[in-house]
Design a protein around this ligand. Structure first.
Ligand code: ARG
Length: 452
């Protein structure tokens, strides 16, 4: 396959190196965006007087044919091409012969690839936003199924205090909502620039590009702009590091939800029941229902964080401007995007099918020590200093544990040894999930709005 270079070489490229250097096997995904670059650049060349009207129309028509193939899903890239830019160039040569060579005037693949990747990021932003919205909807649905359900709240994986199940879900809701805001803000600052040349800019002027952009997009809003700093444009891969960072944070949230649901669905915790469609059985043990989807989500965290590290390390210390190392920026991003999109899509289907094990939760909520903090707070309202109240209830808990007695069954006389304000009637009132929840006045118990 012909390359976009070669005049200064006497010897042909080593075939093993040629294969080694290819990126077409993954960068073919950028075909659509690469064609947009060409559609703008062709018009800019005409605006700058380098192509005449007829040449411009012929190139645009040929590009349009390739674009239709891509849109219709019939585009199969030539696996022998060096990269997506050479691949599309090869196609144009077949369609319009020598005229194809005129398209690659005053432009460089360095400019194309930066443009293509940023355009790709904008599309990813739209897709991930949609997926995150579906997860938020699903959390909302599950939450509505259990509006008043009390639940066990943990710190240090130890039973801590009673919370509402909907507030527990609300915590995940807020995490994914922040992710949604992050990805939208990322989209807002990602600008596909055009006109950088190899690094130094091009002798077409900014107006030629501005008019070309206007011609292509007309009234539809576009983020595409004539380049500002050509060196930065071909050297910058911040946007990919940023996208992978955002995906890593999404993945961190996914992994925490996965871990909680895995734990909570064990017989030991027995708080949640997972929908069967997202679990698998054991080939040996007939009784098993394993949370494999959630385990895979937890496991993929290694890959997503690893891909962020791979990109940051590839970019570390790279001299300005473009270096071929940067070709390796694509696979980690494509892979992470595909994984996170799938995870979010499946999670949105799983969530509404989760069930609270209401009887088991009710049993867990009978654990009287879950209300120890509320008992201490009760004493505070009897004007006992919190530190003292903490100590009193600590001793009470130790006494109950050592003597295997229930706080609710202790007599007024026994309780009075710890503090005179502690009475059986008060204990019965406080050791109750509804009391614990209604005594917390700072939280709104509402899932926030997220639609713009
Ligand atoms: N395929 C390259 C990449 O993905 C873009 C082409 C620039 N190559 C070059 N030799 N200047 O980074």
């Amino acid at each position: 396959m012909a390359t976009l270079w070669g005049g200064r070489f006497k010897k042909p490229i080593d075939p093993d190196f040629e294969t080694f250097s290819r990126s077409i096997q993954y960068d073919y995904r950028l075909a659509e965006y690469d064609i947009y670059h060409s559609l703008i650049h062709t018009r800019a060349l005409k605006n700058g007087g380098i192509l005449d009207g007829q040449e411009c129309e012929r190139i645009l028509a040929a590009l349009g044919e390739v674009l239709r193939e891509v849109e219709q899903g019939t585009y199969t890239p030539d696996a022998a091409a060096e990269d997506i830019h050479s691949e599309i160039h090869g196609r144009l040569e077949k369609k319009i012969g020598a005229l194809a060579a005129k398209l690659h005037t005053l432009r460089s693949r360095n400019d194309q690839i930066a443009f293509d990747e940023k355009y790709y990021c904008l599309q990813v932003t739209v897709n991930i936003t949609r997926r995150l919205e579906d997860v938020l909807d699903a959390l909302m649905q599950l939450s509505r199924k259990y509006p008043e359900q009390p639940f066990v709240g943990y710190t240090h994986t130890q039973r801590a205090q009673v919370v509402l199940f909907s507030d527990y879900l609300g915590a995940f809701f807020l995490m994914f909502k922040r992710d949604l805001e992050r990805i939208k803000e990322f989209g807002d600052r990602t600008i596909p620039y055009i006109g950088a040349g190899a690094l130094a800019g091009s002798s077409l002027n900014r107006k030629d590009y501005a008019r070309a952009i206007q011609d292509l997009f007309g009234d539809t809003e576009t983020a595409v702009r004539p380049v500002e700093n050509s060196l930065d444009n071909v050297a910058d891969r911040d946007f990919l590091a940023e996208l992978l960072s955002i995906l890593s944070i999404v993945q961190m949230h996914l992994s925490r939800l996965a871990e909680d649901f895995i734990l909570y669905s064990t017989q030991e915790f027995a708080l949640l029941d997972l929908p069967e469609e997202f679990c698998t059985g054991s080939s040996l043990m007939p009784h098993k229902k394993n949370p494999d989807f959630l385990e895979l989500v937890r496991g993929y965290t290694g890959k997503i964080y690893g891909n962020l590290m791979a990109l940051l390390t590839t970019m570390k210390g790279l001299p300005l401007t473009y270096n071929r190392d940067m070709q390796l920026d694509k696979e980690p991003v494509f892979e992470a995007v595909a994984i996170v999109e799938k995870e979010l899509q499946i999670l949105a289907k799983l969530l509404p099918g989760v069930a609270v094990e209401e009887a088991a939760v009710a049993r867990a909520l009978q654990d009287e020590f879950l209300y120890a903090t509320e008992i201490a707070e009760f004493l505070v309202f009897q004007r006992v200093a919190f530190k003292e109240a903490h100590d009193i209830v600590g001793r009470l808990v130790r006494y109950a544990k050592e003597n295997k007695v229930s706080l609710k069954t202790m007599s007024d006389g026994q309780l009075a040894e710890f503090h005179p304000a502690l009475r059986q009637q008060e204990m019965a009132r406080i050791i109750d999930p509804q009391y614990a929840i209604s005594s917390k006045k700072t939280i709104s118990h509402k899932l926030p709005e997220y639609h713009a």
